[in-house]
Design a protein around this ligand. Structure first.
Ligand code: 5GP
Length: 196
């Protein structure tokens, strides 16, 4: 894969506010969002080709076997993956590409492209994360528990992995967005560390 542009990998537990952060970072920078493919059903308001490429399991497995994906993982029983070609094309045109992917995907990208910037966005604390997951109003109590357990695991793995050199605590949305914008805009990928 060519390396003219930059790749920014953003990972964080469900409910931490990643989508809002990424949307705002895209608005404030010239970065390009990598649209993932997934087998999960579209949520209300999600648009094909903007939020995800919604595909069935058979098509997704074909993408895997044909090597079309830069990385992929199974999350909550559904497949999610990054189509490699658009990322490669945007980067060879000198663009900065943002991937919003889970920790397993982050590992795979780290193996292939260790020069990417790896950001982990964590909640201020566990109680706050639980409040945010419940406050969405879209998930059942079981789903909230499942997401919460996974969030704990992700935070633990991310902290121990050594991959995520930028650990950002989302205690204030605007502050978090500014930190991510700074990383996106800094070609030498300045290191700033915080404990999650
Ligand atoms: P959601 O269903 O809430 O949109 O996403 C669930 C999880 O899947 C989130 O942690 C999100 O970061 C992750 N995810 C979304 N797209 C991808 C992808 O292309 N690859 C991987 N590995 N994870 C993804």
């Amino acid at each position: 894969m060519t390396n003219d542009g930059r790749l920014i990998v953003i990972t964080g537990p469900s409910g931490v506010g990643k989508s809002t952060i990424v949307r705002e970072v895209l608005r404030r920078t010239g970065a390009v969002y990598s649209v993932s493919a997934t087998t999960r059903k579209a949520r209300t308001g999600e648009v094909e080709g903007r939020d995800y490429f919604f595909v069935d399991r058979e098509s997704f497995e074909k993408m895997i076997s044909e090597g079309q994906l830069l990385e992929w993982a199974e999350v909550f029983g559904d497949y999610y993956g990054t189509p490699a070609r658009p990322v490669r094309e945007a980067m060879s045109a000198g663009g900065t590409v943002i991937l919003e992917i889970d920790i397993h995907g982050g590992r795979q990208v780290h193996q292939k492209m260790p020069d990417a910037a790896f950001l982990f966005i964590g909640p201020p604390d566990e109680d706050e994360l639980k409040r945010r997951l419940s406050g969405r109003g879209t998930e059942s109590p079981e789903s909230i528990e499942r997401r919460f357990a996974r969030a704990r695991e992700e935070i633990c793995v991310a902290t121990g992995s050594g991959i995520y050199t930028h650990m950002i605590v989302n205690d204030d949305l605007d502050r978090t967005v500014r930190k991510v914008v700074d990383i996106v805009n800094s070609p030498d990928d300045g290191q700033e560390q915080e404990q999650v």
